[in-house]
Design a binder for this molecule. Structure first.
Ligand code: NAD
Ligand code: TYD
Length: 383
């Protein structure tokens, strides 16, 4: 039996990974460590927490006592570190928190894993570790910086982060590599492109646009909407991480992406037409509308005809500072070495995702009931 420490398991990708593992592998135990920041929600994993194989610990990855106690109590085989501050816009407002969580938190996990996994020393003074343990750092393509019109990020593309978020993720990657080189700690790093799917917090582009449509709000597009992101369905990312954990070569970095580049404006237009089509197809979906709430920008009284869901809702707002132009991943290495490929085509994944949001408004309400309205006002009120 393998025992996983999954950090950030109550967030978007971490929670999807927990669900993926529980379905895929029978004989496992998952210890979820999550500090339940604004981005982490127990509601996201409430059914998983009922599973006997799962233990939840609330705590900060930077807290050495909490992490030490976990390693003392459970003989952890794999650490998969999803825990992070993950939103570029927030990193522009408060860089320090990003350095604390993403860099120092990572270093704390590495240190404690190293301590508990060490069984002795070799003749050159390098630590020797328990067999078949591994630390996997979940990283991002944003560490490579920004591309022009052409080209792709490979694993050897020089690191060139531009935002406080990507700089902090790069710092974390470098410390992981340092532990691999200096202490021979068995590690992998995965660098994935933008994910989308269920449980995505509505501060990020796709869920924010869906939420705004349902509330009859304007749809904010930064700059002229021509920035490009390379979108991957979250379950395909989870599959890749599982494969790297089980079969990735020790010390290696793997890029993950499905060759699915889209301009932001294309994404927003696609969401608009998909929401409208789904509401035309199935009247029940109209129950998700909250257009008569005080949050609405429009003066709509639940019009039966969803024609008002159209491109007039788009509003071009002030651009993000230092907005990276284009990301695009070359996934040739993980495909060749591990046989990974993305299973969900974007056209299907986006419809699946939008349906999920239409059917899970309770979740959206729950996760945005706290500080979200203040955040929204501060971010978009003055754009
Ligand atoms: P998220 O913001 O949805 O979730 C982050 C989770 O980490 C939350 O549950 C939060 O409570 C928890 N957390 C934050 N600080 C913590 C701390 N100090 N200690 C313990 N838990 C803490 O993020 P996500 O989108 O699920 O991203 C997960 C990871 O994947 C991140 O490392 C991110 O950099 C990386 N990544 C994300 C994407 C993407 O498109 N979302 C793409 C590539 C890589
Ligand atoms: P986001 O989902 O924040 O992910 P990332 O910045 O990590 O790529 O943003 C995706 C793209 O969408 C990015 O180019 C910024 C843009 N964007 C908007 O145009 N409007 C918005 O309200 C948000 C949140 C993002």
């Amino acid at each position: 039996m393998k025992i996983y420490l999954v950090t950030g398991g109550a967030g978007f990708i971490g929670a999807n990974f927990v669900k993926y593992l529980l379905k895929k592998h029978r004989n496992i135990r998952l210890i979820i460590l999550d500090d339940l920041t604004y981005a982490g929600n127990l509601g996201t994993i409430k059914t998983d927490l009922k599973d006997q194989r799962v233990v939840f610990v609330k705590g900060n990855i930077g807290d050495s006592e909490i992490v030490t106690n976990i390693f003392r109590e459970y003989p952890i085989d794999y650490v998969v570190n999803f825990a992070a501050e993950s939103h570029v816009d927030r990193s522009i407002e408060n860089p320090q928190l990003f350095l604390q969580t993403n860099i120092l938190g990572t270093q704390n996990l590495l240190d404690i894993a190293k301590k508990f996994w060490t069984t002795g020393k070799d003749e050159n003074g390098y630590p020797v570790y328990r067999e078949k343990v591994k630390y996997l750092q979940v990283s991002t393509d944003e560490v490579y910086g920004s591309l022009g019109e052409t080209g792709y990020f490979t694993e050897t593309t020089p690191l060139d982060p531009r935002s406080p978020y990507s700089a902090s993720k790069t710092g974390a990657d470098l410390i992981v590599v340092a532990y691999s080189e200096t202490y021979k700690l068995p590690i992998n790093i995965t660098r994935c492109s933008n994910n989308y799917g269920p449980y995505h917090f509505p501060e990020k582009l796709i869920p924010l646009i869906i939420k705004n449509i349902l509330e009859g709000k304007k749809l904010p597009v930064y700059g002229d909407g021509s920035n490009v992101r390379d979108w991957l369905y979250v379950e395909d990312h989870c599959k890749a991480i599982d494969m790297v954990l089980l079969n990735g070569r020790i010390g290696e970095i793997y890029n993950i992406g499905g060759h699915n580049e889209k301009k932001n404006i294309e994404i927003v237009k696609l969401i608009i037409s998909t929401v409208r089509n789904l509401m035309e197809e199935n009247k029940d979906y109209r129950k998700a509308l909250k257009t008569n709430s005080s949050r609405s920008d429009l003066n709509l009284q639940f019009p039966d005809n969803p024609d008002w869901i159209n491109e007039d809702l788009i509003t071009f707002v002030k651009d993000r500072l230092g907005h990276d132009k284009r990301y695009a991943i070359d996934p040739a290495k993980i495909t060749k070495e591990l046989g990974w490929y993305p299973e969900t085509k974007f056209e299907n994944g986006i419809v699946k995702t939008i349906r999920w949001y239409l059917e899970n408004q309770d979740w959206v309400e729950e996760v945005t009931s706290g500080d979200y309205q203040n955040y929204y006002q501060q971010m978009y009120g003055d754009r």
